[in-house]
Write a protein that binds this ligand. Sequence first.
Ligand code: NCD
Length: 330
Amino acid sequence: MTTFVPPRLDTNPHLPFGDQRTAPFYGKDILSVKQFNHQDLEYIFAVAHEMRTMVHHIGTFDLLKGKILANLFYEPSTRTSSSFTSAMERLGGSVIPINEVRYSSVSKGESLPDTVRTLECYADVIVLRHPEIGSAALAAKYARKPIINAGDGVGEHPTQALLDAFTIVEELGNIDGLTVTMLGDLKYGRTVHSLTRLLSLFDVRINYVSPDILPIPAEIIDELNERGIHQFQSDNLDEMLADTDVLYVTRVQKERFVDEAEYESVKSAYVITPETLSRAKDRMIVMHPLPRVGEIAMEVDDDPRAAYFRQMEYGLYVRMALLAMVLGKA
Ligand code: NCD
């Protein structure tokens, strides 16, 4: 039997851990995927991979002992908020959870800048989810401590995009050369907005399949065209499926619709079933940021290509990496 000997986190030169106040992300906000380059991603993935190894071998360790995270959520969340909590606690830190802002002073009319200035008195880093585009940037303007954007309305969800890209690397080995098909609500889906931008740092082909009324924003098409990315739009999944290496399925974002009848007309536009996957490659993956509300039939879950539950777990490692990085320990 071999026994795992935990590495000395602060001295082992082979691990990207240590008290490196000069580390590139120390004290930085994470607001948009636009702030990352290819080299940053390699670094984040390397740290996340080490986190994965550490969690598998020792579960919890004290890299962020004594540090405090404030989890400030103005919109519902299961995975993002609990994975940030788990990430902080697995690194030995602790969490102030504000998942129900209506029980906080926000319900008394407190502004976002004031709420953030309050929490940073008690915490070392703030994770923020808010319904308005630009809210994370606004919070960062007022905060001295790092702000991590956990979703700003229909804007961005950079930590999700990082975990999505990490999932692709861990599952398929690399991102270059792949064909990624984005399916569903591409208009309001902030995870798609962030992931497409992040993927444009690689040599990928991106297909967009959505109902006519939920297209990928023109602004994103333009940005990716400037980077020379091959992009194709359709409302027909069959045209794209056979060549797809990553099928990224999304929920139609009910809460973003003004007209409920319009939501009803598109909510079941695409449903992935075992029959759908019988027409896909043997070596491909199906991803979904979750929650799903019918876009992927439960019968697909047992297919080894269904990566969406593994994707959630990769999220823990990426968020551990990001917390360690912004707090100067990676
Ligand atoms: C996504 C979100 O909040 O944008 N969920 C998540 O963070 N995993 C996707 C969604 O809500 O559909």
